[in-house]
Design a protein. Structure first.
Length: 369
């Protein structure tokens, strides 16, 4: 059986290990997040990095220095044709996820795309269709479902400690954290602001914890009041490009599911609050959970109890990325089910899309197909 735990050891069977089989993997998009994907793959012997693609030469130079791989390209069609990888990691801005993923699938590659899956549900469907037609895997980089608190909750849920989940509240709030690098403030390239950038992390973990019910309706509101203006307030990331800032500063969303459960999300790059907050609160008929503190709330023997773990595994980004890349590799080599297949990414995209559509229509409820 494949080992899906976090670690640096090979999870290959003896037969695969003796055959020396490798997953020849290329990277499209050599910006900041690709660094974590590369570090994760270096921990997993089954991956062999064989090519890189980016439109900026300085990033290709960085990629070669990082990996030792000299097969670098400015166009992914050239890379796919010449390198012929088995798998591709898409680590581009959101607006490029779909065309890069479809091109990779059409070239016969398994695909791991960074979150969010795409810009719209229609783009997600194109990606799913291309991978199915090619007979290849499509995985979405939803790494928060690999975090220790998420896995702790799922164990409690499956043990019957939570009961029916009725309400989930997600908060991905920065007091002042407007990115001053990349294209995070440009809607045409990202699809939105903190909701699609930060909120998506908590939403995907929450949806996974809920058992992935089908979203049927959404309500949302967004506001922009700081990011599109110059600001002299001291903060972590000053001097963002306010002239090209076209996304929201704050988003509030409410999603209803076919089982009657509700998910609420709050996401901000800039909000007048006491502190940054990244949390999921889950309320069930038998118990509840706070994700930030890994606290479980139950009733036992006539007493309300709050339980916290005496030990949790080291919870660092590199470990989440390693776990999701191990799951991807295990899916390719052994047919292990993906924890975040394209269909999971589509569900999250439909929620994001519904919230944004509602906001564009004055906050009225919209249906999610």
């Amino acid at each position: 059986m494949a080992d899906n735990s976090v670690g640096t050891q090979s999870f290959a069977t003896q037969e695969t290990s003796s055959s020396g089989k490798k997953i020849r993997t290329a990277v499209i998009g050599c910006g900041m997040i690709s660094n974590v994907y590369i570090d994760a793959m270096k921990r997993i012997p089954e991956f062999e990095i064989v090519g890189g693609c980016d439109i900026r030469k300085e990033r290709l130079d960085w990629f070669t220095k990082k990996t030792g791989v000299t097969a670098v390209f400015e166009k992914w069609d050239d890379m796919l044709r010449e390198v012929q990888p088995d798998a591709v990691v898409v680590a581009t801005p959101n607006g490029v996820h779909m065309p890069a993923s479809v091109a990779a699938a059409n070239a016969g590659c398994h695909v791991m795309t960074a979150k969010p899956m795409a810009m719209t549900p229609a783009e997600c469907q194109l990606m799913i269709d291309a991978s199915k037609k090619a007979g290849k895997l499509l995985a979405v980089g939803l790494q928060f479902r690999y975090r220790a608190a998420t896995e702790m909750f799922v164990r409690a849920r499956d043990a019957g400690d939570i009961g029916d989940i009725m309400y989930v509240k997600c908060q991905a709030l920065r007091r002042r954290g407007i990115p001053n690098w990349g294209v995070f403030g440009q809607k045409e390239l990202q699809g939105g602001g903190p909701l699609i950038d930060l909120g998506v992390h908590l939403m995907e973990a929450a949806h996974y914890c809920m058992g992935s019910p089908k979203p049927v309706a959404a309500v949302g509101n967004v506001w922009t009041y700081l990011g599109d203006k110059p600001c002299d307030t001291q903060c972590q990331w000053p001097n963002w490009d306010y002239k090209t800032y076209t996304v929201e500063d704050l988003a509030i969303g409410h999603v209803r599911f076919d089982n009657g459960a509700i998910l609420q999300v709050e996401a901000s790059y800039a909000a007048h609050i006491e502190r940054n907050r990244y949390d999921i609160q889950i309320m069930g008929s038998k118990g509840g959970f706070d994700w930030e503190t890994s606290s479980l709330f139950t009733d036992r023997a006539g007493t309300m109890l709050t339980s916290t773990p005496a030990f949790t595994p080291e919870d660092q980004m590199i470990n989440w990325f390693t776990a999701k890349m191990k799951n991807f590799a295990s899916g390719i080599l052994y047919g292990t089910p993906l924890r975040a297949p394209g269909e999971a990414g589509m569900a999250i995209q439909k929620m994001l899309d519904g919230i944004y559509r509602s906001a564009a229509n004055g906050g009225r409820e919209v249906a999610i197909d």
